[in-house]
Design a protein around this ligand. Structure first.
Ligand code: BG6
Length: 500
């Protein structure tokens, strides 16, 4: 882990203001982008497709959350309308081609793929839409990547079995994967079990921030374990069937910096890393949970059910590759207050968040901007995780009120996004030059889309979704810049010499 004191010297201009030139500190750099390097963009089914054609009983956990608590979703927007991709995918695919994407990642919506989850009866109407969508993407010269779950756990399985608390759901997920592979294996070769498998249970069961708002650390760990087990079982299935391609997972490890080099701060960062990063990284890549994690869970009485047989499946079926979502750094310090004896165990027992004075911020999202996270994560995967193949699966900047940047031709001039991508891509390319097994960079997101709760507040896309004009699509300035990046295979940017 890098030491935060070094970063304190870095006083950078806020991302949304025009860049200042620091005499003698900023210079123009040019880096070649290798021919086989992915330049793609991502999204997910629930954040784009909308409910058009959805049948009764096909709600996902997210749909239930939205139905139960619409008021917490910004301006009431959510998965119901999303970007209406299901009816407008041809327009979006044409824009993918225009943007010059090499790859596009989305998910299949598990909750809509079946009319009966227990019997595994496929919804032919929905499945046929995916046939057409994937064919169109491929015909546009873009390679599709598919995630089997991007938070779209069927609501029925959530309500009937407690979702990922149940081993039955692990089995149903494997049967779902089997049907999806059978149907699409000739159209897709790069598969991912989960997008950010830690997120739903952390928000619902650890922090009680999302519906149905429970606090139960044991349930959190049970979900972690069952998603890890499900990944291993799907990897095994894919290999047994002999399909061409690979199965990975998309993780969101938070690059965690201690406030200082003092042992108590370093310890806080290591514990944070254990509970939020290594809990998935280690079993998926190395085939085993960190023994320190298992021991701490035991010490704190966090009971989760696992068997030797399950651990052996995890050991023998590690993933082929990782997608890594990287948005902002995480900074922690040693806790300054004693844990109240009546508060159940939570990993925050070991840390408190730390805000770096002078940090650069994306104020719309409240996230620090620190492109070095990519390089630091790359070196970690190289040195600690056997240099497994990976790519930046999500990186991006959600900005509020983007319409204020519209020019006379109606185009949003999102220079801040171009700057953001440039700086993050630069770190990705530096890492690759330094020996990281990094296959590429994918932007979140291709079009603006709905976020959990923030809905359409923060816009992420290369393509605007104009809610005032029936969700009309319009390329932003960044789309044209991205295309030129692809055509020239060269990144030129003015950057702080410190990042050399
Ligand atoms: C990632 C998720 O965590 O971050 C996406 O995979 C999400 O689903 C993205 O949209 C950006 O976060 P947010 O909360 O601003 O939408």
């Amino acid at each position: 882990m890098r030491h935060a004191a070094r970063s304190r010297r870095r006083q950078k201009p806020p991302a949304l203001k025009p860049r200042k030139t620091y005499e003698g500190r900023m210079s123009e750099k040019t880096l070649a982008i290798p021919q086989d390097f992915i330049l793609g963009a991502a999204s997910s089914a629930w954040q784009t497709e909308g409910w058009s054609g959805k049948k009764p009983g096909q709600d996902s956990w997210l749909d239930l959350w939205y139905q139960n608590d619409r008021h917490v979703w910004h301006d009431g927007y959510g998965p119901a309308g999303a970007t209406d991709l299901i009816n407008r995918y041809e327009e979006d695919v044409a824009l993918m081609k225009q943007a010059g994407l090499t790859h596009y990642r989305t998910s299949i919506n598990w909750s809509r793929f079946f009319t009966d989850y227990e019997k595994g009866i496929v919804d032919e109407e929905y499945a046929a839409y995916y046939d057409r969508f994937l064919d169109a993407i491929r015909a546009a010269g873009v390679e599709p990547m598919i995630c089997l779950e991007h938070y779209e756990l069927p609501g029925y399985l959530f309500e009937t079995y407690g979702g990922w608390s149940s081993k039955k759901v692990v089995e149903l997920f494997v049967r779902y994967a089997e049907k999806v592979f059978e149907r699409y294996h000739q159209k897709v070769s790069r598969w991912f079990t989960f997008n950010e498998p830690i997120v739903v249970q952390t928000r619902v069961y650890l922090d009680a921030l999302r519906w149905p708002y429970e606090q139960n650390t044991a349930t959190w760990m049970q979900w972690n374990h069952h998603k890890t087990l499900a990944t291993a079982k799907v990897v095994r299935l894919f290999r047994e069937k002999g399909y061409a391609g690979s199965v990975g997972a998309i993780l969101n490890p938070e690059v965690t910096y201690p406030r200082s080099r003092a042992p108590h701060d370093v310890n806080a960062a290591e514990r944070y890393d254990l509970f939020y990063n290594r809990v998935f990284l280690d079993p998926l890549v190395k085939g085993m949970y960190p023994p320190e994690l298992v021991q701490l869970l035991e010490e704190h009485g966090v009971a989760w059910e696992y068997s030797e047989e399950e651990l052996a499946i995890i050991r023998d079926n590690t993933v082929d590759e990782l997608g890594i979502n990287l948005y902002y750094p995480h900074r922690v310090k040693a806790p300054s207050r004693a844990w109240h004896p009546q508060t159940p165990f939570h990993p925050a027992y070991y840390y408190e968040p730390f805000e770096l004075p002078g940090r650069r911020m994306n104020t719309s999202r409240g996230w620090e901007i620190y492109p070095r996270i990519i390089y630091d994560m790359a070196m970690r995967l190289k040195n600690e995780y056997g240099n497994i193949p990976w790519f930046v699966a999500e990186s991006g900047m959600g900005v509020e009120n983007e319409a204020q940047f519209r020019n006379a031709d109606g185009v949003i001039e999102d220079d801040y996004r171009i700057g953001f991508i440039g700086e993050h891509l630069y770190q990705t390319l530096l890492a690759r030059e330094a020996g990281a097994n990094c296959q590429g960079y994918m932007l979140w997101a291709f079009t603006d889309n709905v976020s959990p709760m923030n809905a359409f507040k923060n816009r992420y896309g290369l393509v605007e979704i104009d809610l005032e004009r029936q969700r009309a699509r319009r390329a932003k300035k960044s789309l044209h810049w991205y295309r030129r990046l692809r055509e020239s295979r060269t990144l030129t940017l003015t950057i702080d010499d410190e990042w050399k």
